[in-house]
Design a protein around this ligand. Structure first.
Ligand SMILES: Nc1ncnc2c1ncn2[C@@H]1O[C@H](COP(=O)(O)OP(=O)(O)OP(=O)(O)O)[C@@H](O)[C@H]1O
Ligand SMILES: [Mg+2]
Length: 366
């Protein structure tokens, strides 16, 4: 096991700031996911951890030891990529044995290690086959076995499941999580799939344009996003985001959604927080599950709306409801039998929303 520390890590390619001043600490045995859109610097950061890229500046420490100058082969790292990169002419056994043979390890020890590692991965019976005689998911497990057999201190994964179909991906997600939990090897897992990140990670590092946006538990990333980028990137359907204005009228605080649609803040604690915000124009975010649909006006914060479109997903429906000029996407535990253009009411939550700064995107309520 090993803990990892990144200090002000930067990687520039000419004037492209691929990784731009990232600092974070990963604990012994932790499973950390790097999440973010294409091009945000996930792979570049991972390759610096592996020693394949040299940082432009900043420090990488494993167990408090600076490793910036340590070559990849001496970093005790196992890597698993999107392409399994198995040798096609070798059997699975030979593929997995390869890194150990390279180290000139005795055959009987290699044999024992391979039996042990493949038992957990449920590929023990396939070892005589060649890579083209097994499925994609099995190939991915062979690639994992090959990384594990070296008994690395750190495991690095770069989108290992993106070539697999949805069912196999979901299965392998759970398998990798279980395996990592059992082995307790510190792991960094790169993906742009927020579901993968939420389901697998102890903590998620959300990246955007080379910068670290938030590093936190899945729960906090979802419920307490530090900024509008994290808020929008995590969650399906994604958070409803709209421009609003804060209105202060005779000691009452309203969020003006648009002309004549004023949502009053009644919770005292929330009122106090909003009073401290010194800009009027802000961005509001509300999760799809935090707006309530009803057929009658429930209170002063219920607004007359119209059913715009319905998106059935089997287990649930995404209700697209138009209030003024905004279309809100809503999900609910309750099933409503709604018709297009039908009138319904939307009730806003007392505290279940966020306000973000228009310029910086920063969450103003935390
Ligand atoms: N060798 C390189 N030379 C020049 N630019 C590079 C190089 N490698 C990456 N970049 C640039 O650095 C940025 C970050 O790339 P990176 O591969 O880390 O993104 P990523 O987050 O892994 O994206 P994806 O999800 O598409 O794999 C991108 O703008 C990319 O074009
Ligand atoms: Mg990448």
């Amino acid at each position: 096991m090993a803990k990892i520390e990144l200090k002000n890590l930067k990687k520039y390619f000419g004037n492209v700031k691929a990784v731009d001043d990232v600092s974070l600490n990963i604990n012994d045995g932790e499973f950390v996911v790097f999440l973010g859109p294409s091009g945000c610097g996930k792979t570049t950061t991972l390759l610096m951890l592996a020693g394949i890229y040299k940082p432009t500046s900043g420090e990488i420490l494993f167990d408090d030891q600076l490793v910036n100058e340590v070559p990849p082969k001496d970093r005790e790292i196992g890597m698993v990529f999107q392409s399994y990169a198995l040798y096609p002419h070798m059997t699975l056994y030979e593929n997995i044995a390869f890194p150990l043979l390279a180290k000139k390890m005795p055959k009987d020890i290699i044999d024992k290690k391979i039996r042990d590692v493949t038992k957990n991965l449920d590929i023990g019976k396939l070892l005589d086959r060649k890579p083209n005689q097994i499925s994609g998911g099995q190939q991915q497990r062979v690639a994992i076995a090959r990384a594990l057999v070296k008994e690395p201190k750190i495991l690095l994964f770069d989108e290992p499941l993106s070539n697999l179909d949805a069912a196999l991906r979901a299965y392998m997600r759970a398998e990798i999580k279980k395996l990592q939990h059992d082995l307790g090897i510190t792991s960094v897992y790169v993906t742009h799939d927020q579901v993968e990140a939420m389901t697998m990670a102890d903590r998620i590092a959300v990246f955007n344009k080379g910068k670290l946006m938030q590093f936190d538990t899945p729960n906090n990333i979802y419920n307490e996003p530090k900024n509008v980028f994290v808020a929008k990137f995590v969650g399906t359907p994604s958070m409803n985001i709209l421009d609003v204005e804060i209105e202060n009228l005779h000691n009452r605080i309203f969020i003006k959604i648009e002309k004549d649609i004023l949502f009053e803040i009644e919770d005292e604690n929330m009122k106090n927080k909003i009073e401290k915000i010194n800009t009027k124009k802000v961005v509001m975010g509300i999760r799809p599950e935090d707006i309530k649909i009803s057929f009658k006006k429930e209170n002063n914060n219920s607004f007359r709306s119209k059913v715009y479109i319905l998106e059935p997903l089997g287990r649930e429906i995404i209700y697209n409801i138009k209030l003024g000029n905004n279309i809100f996407r809503i999900i609910s535990d309750e099933k409503y039998d709604l018709k297009l253009e039908e009138t319904v009411y939307l009730t806003f939550p007392k505290i279940g929303f966020h306000l973000f700064d228009k310029e910086s995107g920063k969450n103003l309520l935390f």
